[in-house]
Design a protein around this ligand. Structure first.
Ligand SMILES: [Zn+2]
Length: 243
């Protein structure tokens, strides 16, 4: 199936009937709007979550809901072009409403997948799962996952650094603009004691300002595709566990 027919917002009634007959599953991708450095779009977390859900849905069936571009706040909330949510209840209400209407429409399984993994975002997923499980007679099975929790990930999850840059590169290479950063030779990362997540990266004068993790300029296309492939395999396998 092509992307087009997997995107919930583009479906006609007949598309819903066909998709739900094959697998009554909806993926809900979550992300955020936040600064990711000069080389990446602010919506990266939503874009990667959406792209990976589309890949998984093309394998196991189901549909992919439009990604949410609001995510819970973290320590970088004050960075430029960053809009994060303080109160968990705001997002919980939206998600519970969505799940409950999906259930009314005959959806039996939902997989919430977040590309944004601030501590508060992960706590939100836990609360959502707990509250959904406490509901009387819910006919929709829910699972929540974060891109940061894949077992045996070949790269440590990060913020705007090699991990996130690689995932977006594998999915949408035209959205990664490494040429917007000075070359490594010109301006190396210079991380004190090799710590790529230190306070220096929060200094707007730093070449890798707002990027927390290993230098994205060391991106390797093959490793990027392997990482995205592994994420796709994992997400597809987790979706099948809802059967
Ligand atoms: Zn991110």
């Amino acid at each position: 199936m092509s992307d087009e027919t997997l995107r919930f917002e583009r479906c006609l009634p007949a598309d819903f009937r066909r998709a739900m007959k094959r697998n009554p599953l909806v993926f809900l991708p979550l992300g955020a709007v936040e600064w990711h450095g000069e080389h990446l779009p602010v919506g990266l977390d939503s874009l990667t979550a959406h792209g990976l859900c589309l890949r998984a849905a093309s394998r196991v069936g189901g549909l992919v809901y439009p990604p949410l571009y609001y995510g819970m706040t973290g320590s970088i909330w004050h960075h430029p072009w960053t809009i994060l949510v303080e109160e968990e209840e705001i997002l919980l209400k939206l998600l519970e409403l969505t799940l409950s209407r999906l259930q009314d429409c005959g959806v039996r399984k939902a997989l919430v997948f977040t590309g944004h993994f601030a501590k508060k975002q992960l706590a939100l997923l836990e609360t959502l799962e707990r509250r959904w499980a406490e509901r009387e007679g819910s006919g929709l099975r829910l699972s929540t996952l974060s891109i940061s929790s894949m077992p045996d990930s070949p790269m440590a999850p990060d913020h705007g650094a090699i991990f996130e840059t690689s995932v977006l590169f594998a999915l949408k290479p035209n959205l990664v603009n490494l040429e917007r950063l000075p070359s490594v030779e010109e301006q190396p990362a210079e991380d004190p004691k090799g710590n790529s997540k230190g306070a220096h990266r929060r200094d707007p004068e730093n070449v890798l300002f707002g990027i927390l993790g290993d230098d994205p300029r060391l991106l390797d296309a093959t490793r990027a595709r392997q990482l995205a492939g592994q994420l796709e395999d994992w997400l597809s396998a987790e979706a099948l566990k809802l059967d």
